[in-house]
Structures are given as C-alpha cells and as structure tokens.
Design a protein around this ligand. Structure first.
Ligand code: GUN
Length: 301
C-alpha cells in the first residue's frame, strides 16, 4: 500500500525522538499526580524489587526511582542479595501487595537462576502489576478488556502514533515473541486495526516478510539484526533492542545507519523506546493508583 509518507528518494529517515516524547509524557503524568495529591491526598507509590547486582538492572532501577520521584510519586526500592531464595522474594511481594502506599509493583527481570520468574510474577496483585505480566493482565489484553498493559509495548505504540495517527490496515511485522514485548505489542497493533505478522527465531524468509512491513517492531536482543535492505522504503521502524557492545556502547536490533537510509521514520538507540518504557511505567502506576481508589483514570498523552 502507498503510505502518506512513502519516500521517493533515498534520504535520511525522520528520527522519532523518544526522549522528548517521554519527557512530555512524564510532565503530563506529574501534572495528574499533583492533582491527585492536591484533591485526594493520594500520592501514587511505585515499588521496585531488584534481586542481585546485575549492573544493567541497577542502572534501570535507579532511573525508575529517580523518574518516579521527579513525577511526584513515592518510590520504594527493595534490593535483595543475589543468593536470595524464592521464598524470600515471594514474601516481599506479598508484603508489597498488602501495603496501601504501594500502588505499583515491578520485579526487575531477569531474576537469578534459583528463582522462578513465573512463580514470582504470579504472586503480584494484578491491580498493582504495572508491568502487565500477570496472567490476569495478559488475558485482559488479549480479551480487549481494561487492565495494565506492559510498558515497552505501550511506548512503541505511542512512538508509532506520533508519526502515523491512523494505523488501520497497515501491515505490522513484529520480530520477537517475548511476553514482555513481542506478544503484547502484537495485541496492541491488532487493537489499532493493523494486519500483524509475528516473526521469531524459527521464522523462514524473515527478510522477505520484513520487506512487506509498513511498521517493523524489532525485539530480538541481537545487535544490528535487521539489515537496511530488509526495510520497505518509507516504513516506520521501532527498535526495542538495547545491546551493549564490548566497548560499552549501546546499539539496537536494527542496523540504524543502513535502515535510516530507507525507512520513513526510525527510533534511535539510545533515545527511542527506552525512555518511553520508563515514562509508561509511571503512567501505569498513576492508572493503578486511580483505579485502586475508584477515581477516574486521566487520559495520558
Ligand atoms: N527488565 C528489562 N526490561 C524490563 C521490564 O520492562 N520490566 C521488568 N520487570 N524487568 C525488565
């Protein structure tokens, strides 16, 4: 199909600035938080559980804490040693479920080997599951019912809609089938009336399928996996990958340099999906706090 922005010449794609969009979203959330505090004396609380000392996870958790506080929320960071038992983690989650001041709970993944992530996630109260990873929230997303939706997929959709408001009939190709990104983002794209193709490590003729895509969401966890000549001219390319090279530099799942010569729009790494994930996490905490107090959920944009 011919998209409005389909490019005629080989020019650089427009960069979708996730950093700036995330800042706007966080400002809107901070405004709604201040109203909640002022009118209802409710300050949303975000609890983050970190087990172990993975340096990348430490950075993400610190950023979530800082951003929550900047948005006027309470933040509670619980750090358990990497030798913590499953029972200890479950006990902590149960205690957070019971705390009124905690509206959202996030257990930072991955967890150490001795802990079964599914068992831990199952224990989170679905009303506080701001990662949208409980079976209840996954089911609600699938059924089209209101619930809490995973943050990275929410961020991806906002980035796409920033450059194309109406996604009806567009062909979206999702690469990666994780519960955190691939599966939920496919559901959200379906909700937007896209035709969705799910691809994964066993998919045959992947370059051929990606060449058919008006929208590509790459969530594979392999640096520069999606090549420039896989991209359809004018396509919207959303790069979810955060890969750290031996030199410490971050790169995405898309060969940015090559793909940006063909795509219409593309997200950079860093500065694309990453900041949106954190902003959407705060959005989910606000939504959870409103619902738990039977208040109207504000529209976040
Ligand atoms: N680790 C990397 N990304 C995420 C995320 O979105 N949620 C959680 N809980 N852990 C993560």
């Amino acid at each position: 199909m011919q998209m409005a922005h389909e490019k005629q010449n080989e020019t650089e794609a427009e960069i979708i600035d996730g950093k700036s969009l995330a800042k706007q979203l966080r400002e809107s959330i901070a405004h709604h938080v201040s109203v909640l505090v002022e009118d209802h004396k409710i300050m949303p609380g975000l609890a983050v559980v970190l087990v172990g000392d993975d340096p990348a996870s430490q950075v993400y958790v610190a950023s979530k804490k800082k951003m929550a506080e900047q948005a006027g929320m309470r933040s509670f960071v619980h750090i358990l040693p990497k030798t913590a038992s499953q029972d200890e983690v479950l006990k902590l989650v149960k205690s957070l479920n019971a705390q009124k001041k905690v509206n959202g709970i996030l257990v930072q993944l991955p967890l150490p080997k001795q802990i079964d992530a599914d068992t831990v996630l199952k224990e989170i109260d679905p009303a506080k599951d701001i990662d949208g990873l409980t079976i209840t929230n996954m089911g609600r997303l699938m059924a089209g019912l209101p619930g809490l939706v995973p943050c990275t997929p929410l961020g991806c959709i906002m980035l796409i809609k920033e450059v194309e408001k109406n996604l009806t009939g567009l062909h979206a190709v999702v690469i990666g089938r994780s519960s955190l990104v691939g599966k939920p983002v496919a559901q959200l794209l379906l909700r937007e009336n896209c035709t969705v193709t799910m691809c994964h490590s066993r998919t045959q003729n992947l370059p051929h399928i990606v060449r058919e895509a008006d929208i590509v969401v790459a969530a594979v966890g392999k640096s520069a996996f999606v090549k420039g000549d896989w991209v359809k001219p004018g396509a919207i390319v959303i790069d979810v990958g955060i890969n750290r090279g031996e030199d410490g530099k971050l790169s995405g799942d898309v060969d940015f340099e090559a793909a940006s010569k063909v795509a219409g729009y593309i997200t950079p790494v860093p500065g694309g999906v990453g900041p949106m994930t954190v902003a959407c996490l705060l959005g989910n905490t606000l939504i959870a706090a409103c619902r738990q107090n039977e208040l109207t959920v504000p529209h976040l944009s």
